[in-house]
Design a binder for this molecule. Structure first.
Ligand code: FES
Length: 102
């Protein structure tokens, strides 16, 4: 398992989302308190960055047509989306957020 250092934990807004490119892959990091979720940052419906959307009720909502994806599993939870988005393992160590794309 290769862990990639992505960002300082304290630069992530609590309850919010930020987009990053991790080893060439778009990744959305969502912070909820001490926990960070990592999801593929492109919607499974059409082309939109999920990191331009909002976090609500345990989901990340796409800014384009309001498709919703579970933060933990990436499962499609509502709106026009059927397909999930990938999720990645994420952890916080020494004040840094690390993501594994394996
Ligand atoms: Fe995301 Fe349509 S592009 S819901």
């Amino acid at each position: 398992m290769e862990w990639i250092d992505v960002a300082a934990f304290d630069t992530l807004p609590d309850g919010g989302v930020r987009g990053f490119e991790v080893a060439g892959r778009p990744v959305a990091l969502v912070r909820q308190g001490a926990v960070v979720h990592a999801l593929h940052d492109i919607c499974s419906h059409q082309f939109a960055f999920l990191s331009d959307g909002v976090v609500e009720d345990g989901c990340l909502e796409c800014p384009l047509h309001q498709g919703r994806f579970c933060l933990k599993t990436g499962k499609a939870m509502g709106g026009p989306v059927d397909a999930p988005v990938a999720t990645y393992a994420a952890k916080v160590e020494g004040g840094r957020v690390l993501v594994c794309l394996d």
